[in-house]
Write a protein that binds this ligand. Sequence first.
Ligand SMILES: CC(C)(COP(=O)(O)OP(=O)(O)OC[C@H]1O[C@@H](n2cnc3c(N)ncnc32)[C@H](O)[C@@H]1OP(=O)(O)O)[C@@H](O)C(=O)NCCC(=O)NCCS
Length: 192
Amino acid sequence: MNFLALTPLTADRLPAAVALDQRCLGGLWTLAGYQRELDSPNSDLLILQPEPTSTGLQQPLIGLACLWAILEEAHITILAIDPSYQRQGLGQALLYALLASAQQRGLEWATLEVRASNSRAIALYKKFGFEEVGKRRNYYQDGLQAEDALILWRKGLQHPEFIQTLNLWQERITEQVKRSGWQLSIAATWQN
Ligand SMILES: CC(C)(COP(=O)(O)OP(=O)(O)OC[C@H]1O[C@@H](n2cnc3c(N)ncnc32)[C@H](O)[C@@H]1OP(=O)(O)O)[C@@H](O)C(=O)NCCC(=O)NCCS
């Protein structure tokens, strides 16, 4: 069994976060951008990484996720799993952790934008109760062809039954990642 830790990002892992961003997202944010998130009380920046070896050697990050708390909303800005580690339930673990954090912060809703063609991510978000509420036409202008963004929305984070939903997700995710050979430890609290 390999041990994985899901924790807030710490300053010593900033370069590893930038490296993962480059591998998964093509360099969305710079080191200064991640540093800003780390310093902001309104951001939660979470990482997934193998536990350090007995010699203390740190390995590359496996996953990265971020939310911004704005008024009653959790804006999910980043969710990424290293391509070599996808389809093992780890994206779900990070999304669960963001929603748990949003719930702990007292936020009412979670929202995000996703490329209309990103069917993997859309399937993941829908599994966690996100619904499509709108579209921003030609929002992504970085390729040869512009692409629409879907706006997804997850309501009910402060409904009493959402705590039970979170507990159920945590159990299921822990089991699923165990089947992929991982022992996952999730930090008890996320907030700065
Ligand atoms: C989206 C992403 C984070 C998913 O991570 P992952 O670790 O592979 O996802 P999981 O193994 O936890 O899968 C969770 C669910 O996502 C969906 N999913 C993930 N990969 C999928 C695929 N290749 N095909 C169809 N559905 C997929 C499924 O609903 C899956 O649930 P299931 O296992 O019960 O079928 C990952 O593909 C990624 O980092 N993509 C690049 C960055 C990105 O697009 N981020 C989202 C930006 S909004």
